[in-house]
Structures are given as C-alpha cells and as structure tokens.
Design a binder for this molecule. Structure first.
Ligand code: PHE
Length: 347
C-alpha cells in the first residue's frame, strides 16, 4: 500500500473515532494519538525520506492536508462536546427552591441574663438607676467602707480571691453602695440605684454553692426613708417576680453595713404556705438580705445620718432563678449545656 492510501485509511478511521467521541477527554486522547509526535501522521512524514524527490512534495502536502482536516474536525467536535457538558451541568445543578430548608437553631438568652433584665425592668419602672461596679475591688470599698474593718469576724464568711493585700475579687455587690454614695449630688435629690453583677467567694462548689455567682445590690437614700419604704419596695418587687398572691416576711438578721438588718422571706409559691420540700415545710423561703444603711456607712461616704437615711438590699440572681424554675443545681448555670439553657426560651 502506498503512503497516500495509508493516509486515506487513517483519515477515515480517525474521522469515525472523532464522530463517536463522547467526552472531551476521549477526544483529547484521539488528538494526542493521531496528531501527536508519535502519531501515525508524523510517522508518515518521517517515512518520506524513502520517497523519491519527485513524489515527496505531493505526499507531504497530502499528509499536511489530512492533518489539518482532522485537526479542524477535532476542534469542531470539541465545541460541540463543551456545549453539551455545559448544558448537562446546567440541568444537573438546578436549584430546587421548593425543597424544605435546613432548620436554623434559635438562640436563647441565658436564664441569668433574663432574670437580671427582668429585675432591672422592675426597678427602672420605679425610677432607679442601674450602676455597674468593679469585679476587681479594693479592700477599702469591699470591706472597710461597708463597716467591715480588718480583723472583723464577718470577713471570714466572705473570704475571697486576693490579687494583692489590698485588691481582691469583690465578695458582694455592696461596695458599689459606697462608690455611688460618695459621688451622688444630694442637692439634686435622693439616690435610688441597683447594681447587678458577679461576685466571688472562696467556696467549695456544690449543688447550692459556687465560687462565683451573681447578685443585685439595691440602695435608696433620701430624707425620711424608713423601714416601711424598705418593706413596701421589696414586697412590690417580690410580688412582680413570684406572683401577686405572695406575702413577705422580715426576720431580724445581722450585716455590719445595715442596722437594723433583716432576712426577707417570701411565702412558698409551690405549696402556698402549707409546707412542702421547696420551703422545707416552713411555708417560707428566704430570698434576700436587707436593712437600713448603717449610720457609720453613711458617715464614711460623707452623708449626714442626722439628715439622711436609707435602705439597702442584696439578692442572689441564681437563687431567684433556681427557686422560680425548680433548678436544683447551681452548676447548671455555668456549664453551658444546651439541654439546660434551651429550656428558657424568652419567658
Ligand atoms: N452584701 C450582703 C451579702 O452579700 C447582702 C446585703 C446587701 C445585705 C445589702 C444587706 C444589705 O450577703
């Protein structure tokens, strides 16, 4: 068979292969195999050296023509396959907008934040200011100004984390009292404030104790403030939190910074005072400490106890939330278990 015949047959064969190629990859393989350096056309062109000088130009031109024809055919087929691939992709990747979406989990405010905000709202409605204190506090404000001088036995109960001799993590929110009292301009009227925040005590953590927890401090100072104001205010607030049917009870107690001092109890909301496990069969639940601001505390803050009087209280946020929602372990507040936190969708 002469070279021309060979080339014709090759063209016929390859043309068919191109026509039948189904993928771009297949087509590219054909291109490399036929038109590449080791391909049959190149081989034929190499073989020309054996031809006579007269034959050579014609066979060369013929081989080149066939190579160009095949290259053009491949290019054409390539475009067809590319368009096909694009169309296939468009069909396959269509979005079905009617499919149901993925559920997005809704977040929930931490129950302590909710408790704090709820109590803040009650006091805001009565014209109280909300003041922020410092979690890192000086011995001076945390103890001295609260009438707990060095060596006072009541300090032991609140032993805390000391950063230095004089600086500690505050053991209660009461130091905010002193900070606000000394700043307040009484020529513009009395003082009414609450201060929510974190406090720290060197406690062993168990179901009802934590080395850090949250309080809300309250302080009212004006001319003519009496224990009646304290009782009326707390009764109003406690009813808002625990229900209008609740009663409150004041029991004598002791705090160095108040005189007289009281523990405030609320009538049991579970058994309505009959006696149950929540109120330990007493009908009453202790919820906060309070009292009339000690004259010494007023004096240390530059306030004349002959002219002004006031009351203060401190409540534990965790305790309030635990009582309201029957939470039996304080550690749940801090371990960030979604099974716990998720139960308190906006109340
Ligand atoms: N600071 C007290 C405590 O942490 C609570 C309290 C505040 C009592 C204000 C009376 C008045 O126990």
């Amino acid at each position: 068979m002469n070279l021309k015949e060979e080339l014709k047959n090759l063209k016929l064969k390859v043309s068919q292969q191109i026509e039948q190629a189904k993928t771009l990859k297949e087509l590219d393989n054909i291109r490399v195999e036929t038109l590449g350096k080791k391909g049959p056309i190149t081989q034929v062109l190499h073989g020309m050296k054996d031809l006579s000088v007269i034959e050579r130009p014609a066979v060369g031109a013929f081989a080149n023509k066939i190579r160009d024809t095949l290259a053009a055919q491949i290019e054409k087929k390539k475009q067809i396959l590319e368009r096909q691939a694009l169309n296939d992709a468009l069909v396959q990747e269509t979005l079905d907008v009617t499919l149901p979406g993925k559920k997005v989990k809704r977040g929930v405010r931490h129950i302590l934040s909710q408790t704090q905000e709820e109590i803040e709202d009650i006091f805001l409605s009565m014209g109280y200011r909300i003041v922020e204190g410092y979690e890192v506090e000086s011995d001076h404000y945390n103890f001295e100004r609260m009438n707990l001088p060095k060596g006072h036995p009541a300090r032991d109960m609140q032993d805390s984390f000391y950063i230095s001799e004089e600086i500690l993590l505050r053991t209660h929110t009461s130091p905010v009292q002193a900070r606000v009292m000394e700043e307040h301009d009484f020529t513009k009227g009395g003082l009414r404030m609450i201060s929510p925040g974190r406090v720290f005590r060197r406690d062993t953590d168990d179901a009802t104790h934590s080395h850090q927890f949250h309080q809300i401090e309250g302080l009212v100072i004006d001319k003519g403030i009496t224990m009646g104001d304290l009782k009326g205010t707390l009764e109003f607030v406690i009813k808002k939190i625990f229900g209008e049917e609740r009663k409150i009870r004041l029991r004598p107690s002791f705090f160095p910074f108040t005189e007289p001092s009281v523990e405030v109890d609320v009538s049991c909301f579970k058994c309505e005072g009959k006696g149950c496990n929540v109120c330990k069969y007493t009908g009453w639940i202790e919820i906060l400490g309070a009292g009339m601001v000690h004259p010494k505390v007023l004096k240390m803050s530059g306030i004349d106890p002959e002219v002004y009087a006031g009351f203060a209280f401190g409540l534990g946020q965790e305790r309030i939330a635990m009582l309201r929602f029957g939470i039996n372990d304080i550690r749940y507040f801090y371990t960030n278990d979604m099974r716990f936190l998720g139960q308190f969708a906006r109340l």
